[in-house]
Design a binder for this molecule. Structure first.
Ligand code: KIV
Length: 291
């Protein structure tokens, strides 16, 4: 495979690690069946997306966390659909440029899917046409109907429960969710409902590790992707800047700086992939929850 030159230098060649077939839903299901962990990182631009792909990261989330890490906002609430379209397009271009294989997930921003199922469809179409293979939306309960509507129309959906940053003001801050038995029960019911509605992935953000562990085998058709939720999920996701050790404020306590001991960004990402697949990240201390 050639290494295309860009204005920023030469992009890395695709990872020699894998037999690089495009990542698809059937491939993710196969990985799950053989017990291989799914790796996901956020990326917001072409170059980082290409490097993540080359490092062997299977899923790239164009997260609305870009509001914080790229735009300097205090929360994801101010991120618009147009901004998400722009970054999704950049990421997809980067992956294509290196003939990459990553599965690209476009995050539906706050206000782009809550009004109606039709609004959600229109917003999802924008991100799919920008190059996403799947869209992500936050919340449970009312979202199940929206998920079903999108899935029936050929749009794969990743759901997101636990700490849902778009509703940070309603939740009262960035804190662990599902701690009390009633809250855990509700989260479990919502997760099962989302699987029934056709969601094929579920980000579990800052939920107690035992809850994420117990829920995962109950969701064979909906791969749990943990962040700050312990190690026993089907896969893991981190915000790119966090795993590269770049923070404007305090790093979340479940994050590891993969730049430590790496010669460059691609190596840091490859270490992340290896650590997740080997079950070494997160370790038992790296979750947001403690008893
Ligand atoms: O927007 C984002 O980056 C996310 C991850 C934290 C899962 O939703």
């Amino acid at each position: 495979m050639s290494t295309p030159a860009t204005a920023y230098g030469t992009l890395p060649p695709a990872s020699p690690l894998a037999n690089r077939k495009p990542i698809s839903l059937p491939r993710l299901h196969e990985m799950r069946e053989r017990g291989e962990k799914i790796t996901m990182l956020t990326a917001y631009d072409a170059t980082f997306a290409a490097v993540a792909d080359a490092a062997g990261v299977e899923c790239i989330l164009v997260g609305d966390s870009l509001g914080m890490v790229c735009q300097g906002l205090n929360s994801t609430v101010g991120v618009t659909l147009e901004t998400m379209r722009h970054h999704t397009e950049s990421v997809a271009r980067g992956v294509r440029r290196v003939q990459g294989t990553a599965w690209i997930i476009g995050d539906l921003p706050f206000g782009s899917y809550q009004a109606s199922r039709e609004q959600a469809l229109q917003s999802a179409v924008v991100l799919m046409q920008a190059g996403a293979h799947m869209v992500k939306l936050e919340g449970g309960g009312w979202t199940a109907e929206t998920v079903r509507f999108l899935v029936e129309r050929g749009i794969p959906v990743c759901a997101h429960l636990g700490l849902t940053p778009q509703t940070v003001h309603a939740l009262g801050g960035y804190r662990v969710q599902g701690r009390a038995p009633a809250a855990a029960q509700q989260l479990r019911a919502q997760a099962l409902e989302l699987q029934d509605a056709g969601a094929s992935m579920l980000v579990l953000e800052m939920v107690p590790a035992p809850l994420a562990r117990d829920l995962t085998p109950e969701l064979p058709r909906c791969h749990t992707i943990g962040i700050g939720s312990g190690k026993d999920t089907a896969g893991q996701v981190l915000v790119l800047h966090d795993m590269l050790g770049i923070h404007l404020g305090k790093a979340p306590k479940f994050v590891r700086n993969f730049m430590a001991g790496a010669e460059g960004v691609q190596e840091a990402m490859a270490h992340y992939v290896r650590a997740v697949k080997a079950g070494e990240f997160p370790d038992n201390t790296l979750h947001a929850w403690s008893e």
